[in-house]
Design a protein around this ligand. Sequence first.
Ligand SMILES: [Zn+2]
Length: 94
Amino acid sequence: MAAAFFDADGCLSTRGFAQISAAPPGRAPAELAAHLAGCARCQRRLLVAALPSASSSPRRPPPPLWRTGVAVAVCLLLVLIAMVLTQVLRARPR
Ligand SMILES: [Zn+2]
């Protein structure tokens, strides 16, 4: 019976996940809960399946390259301004 809850790799099968999801909190079958507690792969699969945005909203596309370039240029400009300001403040008054 318990073998149906595990796949060939020894991880939880779809039935195993369904069994854990159907159980009330703290009442999952001990064998399944023990495996889930010690298996990072099954924990990741369970968390991904539980995410509400997993299927409803796709990943955001990366920003366009020109915007990244503008952000880098602005950062360099700010560093340049800071360096100039440091020189101005270090200069001794005449
Ligand atoms: Zn596992």
